[in-house]
Ligand binder design. Sequence first.
Ligand SMILES: NC(=O)c1ccc[n+]([C@@H]2O[C@H](COP(=O)([O-])OP(=O)(O)OC[C@H]3O[C@@H](n4cnc5c(N)ncnc54)[C@H](OP(=O)(O)O)[C@@H]3O)[C@@H](O)[C@H]2O)c1
Length: 306
Amino acid sequence: MRPVRTPPKYYFMRIVITGANGMLARAAIKHCTSGGDDVIAFTRGDLDIAERDSVLGTIGEIRPDAVINCAAFTDVDGAETNAAASYSANSAGVENLAEACRTIDAAFVTVSTDYVFDGAKSGFYTQRDTPKPQGVYAKSKRQGEIGAFSGYPRSIIVRSGWIFGNGGTNFLSVMQGLLAEGKAIKAIHDSYGTPTFADDLAKRLRELAAADLPGVYHVTNTGEGTSYFGFAEKICELGGFDKGLLQPTSHAELERPAPRPVSSKLACLISEKLGFAPMRKWEDALAEFISQQKRGQARLPDLRIL
Ligand SMILES: NC(=O)c1ccc[n+]([C@@H]2O[C@H](COP(=O)([O-])OP(=O)(O)OC[C@H]3O[C@@H](n4cnc5c(N)ncnc54)[C@H](OP(=O)(O)O)[C@@H]3O)[C@@H](O)[C@H]2O)c1
């Protein structure tokens, strides 16, 4: 008689993570390492994903089960005047990794953005909506999505937005410093998105790598989404800062170099149907992050609002 075996819930994997100094990569490295995976993490200095030969050579040698690509050129405004850098990381770099994964038959998870949409929709963007990227950064990320699929149909594209977590210099670390000094802060009241805790996204990236089901996923914390102003208000509430220091400003008033979607809230049509647990609400995720910070388990609360 054959023994009855319960399938293991978790398979250890050998995983390459790129962009290791970045905010999301740090969360992914922490999550995968703590789960027992064999993680090989590369900073840009170790592995520039835009360099095809290095990428093919390195991934070919390591032969991971999966590559999780967190590397990207994320200077949205800077991309307007440095399109070459944006396309080399966000398009060519993604294509190089896809090719490397195809060569060794590895799962490939690459992170994309809510900015592939133009923001004209008032509700949540799903996989049924047609991307219409506006700025150079957004176009380069969309090109990366297309390149990944055409080079390696097994690719898993994960769009997310308004990510907060540990690491990097950003809006929130600056904001917290100003709030602590009692200085006023301008926050946009007419741009909307779905805030996402890097730790929650990292966990889902690992789950998607293991599931190895190709496609486009929208991975964000849930809830109704919010404006930057609403997000800043919640940060004040949870962090114990004075909300009176927040001054509403408009998208148009800030006149940033790159166009950005006015609303880029994301919802996923497929994750729960495939059996993935629902993502928690962004307010709950933010509360946990800020409480980790208060307990000294996290650094300054970082929010890389691109
Ligand atoms: N933060 C957000 O709100 C947000 C929203 C939507 C989507 N995303 C996407 O989420 C992913 C992670 O974003 P993040 O916020 O963690 O970004 P991040 O903190 O800026 O990290 C990106 C990392 O990629 C590295 N990198 C840049 N070009 C590279 C190259 N050619 N080769 C190797 N590494 C390279 C950077 O290195 P250097 O520091 O040396 O430049 C940096 O460490 C990206 O795909 C981004 O587009 C982010």
